[in-house]
Ligand binder design. Structure first.
Ligand code: FPP
Length: 227
């Protein structure tokens, strides 16, 4: 969800106002995802590196997260949206932790779409924690080195219960992953629209789905043998 700051700057507004506008695009994207039959949508809302931003901006994002969760949880549940928060929780305030539990519990039984909010997430940190977990199991004797396969690694990540992403969209024209789902995106289709996140409407989401539908996914094979 990139470009909130630039969107605000273009309008002579404060950066946090870009994040507020960005929440509307979260709503639009969730609606469009449900309408298009998408079953998993992961939004990169706050990276581990984002703690390094000015305290006022970090506080504004945390407050916005709490306010949005409080205001939207029941509406999301009614739309069939189950919300999961993905990231390290140790650094969050009591208030944020309370909201995380609230939204996860309120929406737990919804079944149309799982909305994963990557919040205090970074892929290298996730992989590091996964490697620690695997090493621990080897030291305990519950896992053998030769038994480690790709599934063992996938299962050690925060995304263990999730499918790999089919498509990764980064708005605002930046063409990089910035520590997002590095292992999981091996065969993802990438899409980098110039649109800033607050301008990312339902129509923009539909356009991304159209782009995806036209891609030829070969997984290292040739088209004729793919089946
Ligand atoms: C990136 O734009 C955006 C963020 C770091 C924050 C995104 C957060 C929200 C939309 C609100 C969070 C709330 C919920 C409910 C998910 P940027 O600030 O890096 O933009 P720039 O590159 O133009 O400066």
């Amino acid at each position: 969800m990139d470009g909130n700051g630039r969107w605000a700057k273009q309008r002579g507004k404060e950066r946090y106002e870009g994040h507020i506008a960005g929440v509307e695009s979260v709503r639009s994207s969730v609606k469009a995802a449900v309408r298009n039959g998408v079953e998993w949508l992961t939004l990169y809302a706050f990276s581990t590196e984002n703690w390094g931003r000015p305290a006022a901006e970090v506080d504004a994002i945390m407050a916005l997260f709490c306010k949005t969760v409080m205001g939207e949880a029941k509406e999301l549940r009614d739309q069939g949206v189950r919300v999961k928060i993905m990231g390290e929780r140790s650094r969050f305030s009591e208030e944020v932790l309370k909201m995380i539990n609230y939204i996860e519990q309120t929406t737990a039984d919804a079944e149309r779409l799982t909305l994963v909010l990557a919040f205090n997430y970074s892929s290298r940190r996730e992989i590091t924690l996964g490697v620690q977990d695997i090493a621990r199991r080897i030291a305990e004797g519950t896992l053998k080195v030769d038994d480690i396969d790709e599934q063992t690694i996938s299962d050690s990540l925060m995304t263990a219960q999730m499918p790999d992403p089919d498509m990764i969209i980064r708005t605002s024209g930046e063409c990089r992953l910035s520590n997002f789902l590095l292992w999981q995106s091996s065969y993802a289709e990438f899409y980098f629209p110039d649109t800033l996140w607050p301008d990312f409407t339902e129509e923009e989401f539909d356009k991304a789905i159209e782009v995806f539908a036209k891609r030829d996914r070969r997984y290292g094979l040739v088209t004729e043998t793919k089946e």
